[in-house]
Design a protein around this ligand. Structure first.
Ligand SMILES: [Fe+2]
Length: 287
């Protein structure tokens, strides 16, 4: 219903023209207002419907019926690195910082959960620094058969010019990449960071000495076919020639790049920077 674009971020104080119920709820949380809570103690998210309907194709939820928009995109920023490790836990024994577990679901526009969605997270460490030499606080994973994900990390530190945030790229099989950022409610800098968007607020609570956050992505994909199959591994697909950017590849496709052979692990549209050696989530070396 709305026509939000990434270069015109909304602010917490902006009137909600056509704004969705979920966005309003999150804006209220950001402002510290009391909002209606479910019995679970959390604000109502699409995930709650998913939990109650596990294993079945979901009917449209109120959050979709009332025009809930796909998760908005945000700029990538200067700190993304390809080739992140496949892992859901970014915490190591010596990691400083408040433990944070982020859970959620990835849905298509019709609120059907999407499995096999690539989620590539990166964030600052406790001191607000990004690891550009290695892969600390970087990791990719895939949503499970129910469309769910879990990220174990720490609350990212602040750095100049920005409010607290986590970066993420999300890509359903064969669909374009959504690059965006997740935000924390109650952060003083939310009101001064021009990139901040209340539609990207997580629901965050204290838990066991750490924090628990939740966020449901809504990707701008059809999702009519229900949960997607996990990446397949057909051994007989024909070779795909030399890898090129801007081409659609299917799971099992074989290409060559830089003198090496690679097999596609899940359908996607290739793009510069995601060459096969750089994206182990999408390409496996060898045949
Ligand atoms: Fe950042």
């Amino acid at each position: 219903m709305t026509s939000d674009t990434s270069d015109t971020p909304t602010t917490p104080d902006e009137p909600g023209h056509g704004i969705s119920r979920k966005t309003l709820l999150r804006a209220a949380v950001a402002a510290g207002a009391a909002v209606p809570l479910l019995a679970t103690g959390s604000i109502a998210l699409a995930r709650d419907t998913a939990r109650s309907s596990a294993g079945r194709t979901l009917p449209p939820t109120p959050f979709c019926d009332d025009g809930d928009d796909p998760t908005p995109d945000q700029m990538e920023g200067p700190y993304f690195k390809p080739n992140s490790p496949l892992r859901t836990n970014l915490v190591t024994p010596g990691t400083a910082g408040t433990r944070l577990t982020v859970t959620g679901y990835v849905f298509g526009r019709n609120c059907v959960p999407l499995s096999g969605v690539l989620l590539d997270f990166w964030q600052a460490d406790n001191a607000g620094a990004y690891d550009m030499a290695g892969y600390a606080f970087r990791g990719h994973q895939f949503t499970d058969a129910t469309g769910a994900f879990t990220l174990r990390t720490i609350v990212p530190g602040l750095y100049p010019g920005r409010t607290r945030h986590i970066h993420v790229k999300a890509q359903a099989p064969g669909e374009p990449v959504l690059t965006t950022q997740l935000y924390f409610p109650g952060e003083p800098r939310n009101s001064t960071d021009a990139l901040f968007d209340p539609a990207l607020l997580m629901n965050v609570r204290d838990a066991g000495g750490g924090r628990e956050g939740s966020f449901d992505f809504v990707l701008n994909v059809d999702g009519d076919e229900g949960p997607t199959d996990p990446p397949t591994d057909p051994p007989t697909d024909p070779p795909g020639g030399t890898w090129t950017a801007g081409r659609s590849y299917a799971a099992g496709d074989r290409v060559t790049y830089g003198g090496g052979a690679y097999r596609c692990l899940q359908a996607h549209t290739s793009m510069t920077g995601w060459e096969p050696p750089n994206v182990p989530a999408l390409w496996r070396a060898g045949t």
